[in-house]
Design a protein around this ligand. Sequence first.
Ligand code: NAD
Ligand code: TYD
Length: 339
Amino acid sequence: MKTLLITGGCGFIGANFVRLLLETRPNLKLVVLDKMTYAARRDNLPEQHPNLEVVIGDIANLELMRHLVTSQQVDTIVNFAAETHVDQSILNPFVFSQTNVIGTHVLLEVAREHKLRFHQISTDEVYGTIEGDHHSLESDILAPRSPYSASKAAGDQLVQSYFVTYGLQTTITRGSNNVGAYQFLEKVVPLFTTNAMLDLPLPVYGDGLQMRDYTHVSDHCTGILTVLERGTIGEIYNVGAGQEITNMAMLEVLLETVGKPRSLIRHVTDRAGHDRRYSVSVKKLEALGWKAQYQPKEAVAAAAKWYFEHPEYWQPVRESSSFQAYYNRQYAKRLEVKV
Ligand code: NAD
Ligand code: TYD
């Protein structure tokens, strides 16, 4: 039986990936290592499963990672663990370097010591804002512009350096904006869906004509699994729907799904350094036999429907003092001033 160490498995995408493996790969043992930051929830994963163990800890803790890999006889590390929100990286950038750069480096070092297979979960944001009608290719030069994307780009460069220098068995996937079940409410689709359900305004940064490839998390997870099982070692693969829509188009779908009016839309002060457009080519991954099942609008509708049907999941978060403190810090001033 193979053993996978899945870091960040109590977060949004990690939990969806663990659930996919538990359902479809019964011969794998999964060890989830998670620091349980504000974005994590233990109940994103099944409470008990014979093939699943959950350990609390920090990927940047070298001794802990060495111990875990040896004691659990890990073959493969899949690194989802990260600080992930651009707005948080603008408010509090240091922890992004600590986890996304130092943490990734620690995992690579342990993988090198034990000759493990290593897969890094990265993002299309490392390519920076995309001009014209270009679709980012895996070979494009990285041009990150936020503390979040810069820290992820640094992680990718470290992974590539361990492949080249030490022959570590690495792969990287660069996913675009994911939507779906179990996403933390700071991200735009769960934030706007739950705001709409509460009849609160939807704070649209700037003109709302920024473009994102909104991808259903299930498509991202099957893409990662495809690369783990059939990807070429040392290679990078983009994962996304392969087309992008504006934020205004995204929120129209979302409002229609939950039956709320456009009058909730508020254009507010833009995010600092806001990337105008992300767009990826997914041809390289498609050549491995993978295909996205959702177009961006379908993905947004499915995600909004999930939050609509699961208020028990998000209501306690909305009511928590930590979320309210973040919300006020991020939006109180913006919503006061109509742009
Ligand atoms: P998330 O914020 O929902 O979850 C991140 C998880 O990592 C949390 O459970 C958190 O507790 C854990 N974590 C954070 N720091 C840690 C540390 N030092 N040690 C151990 N665990 C730690 O994020 P997500 O949206 O699930 O993103 C997962 C990965 O996918 C990240 O690497 C992110 O960069 C990447 N990604 C996300 C998106 C997206 O749209 N959300 C798109 C492309 C790529
Ligand atoms: P987000 O979910 O934060 O993902 P990312 O910044 O990583 O792409 O935001 C998605 C898009 O939605 C992005 O263009 C910023 C925009 N947005 C808003 O307009 N208002 C908001 O309150 C948030 C959180 C995001």
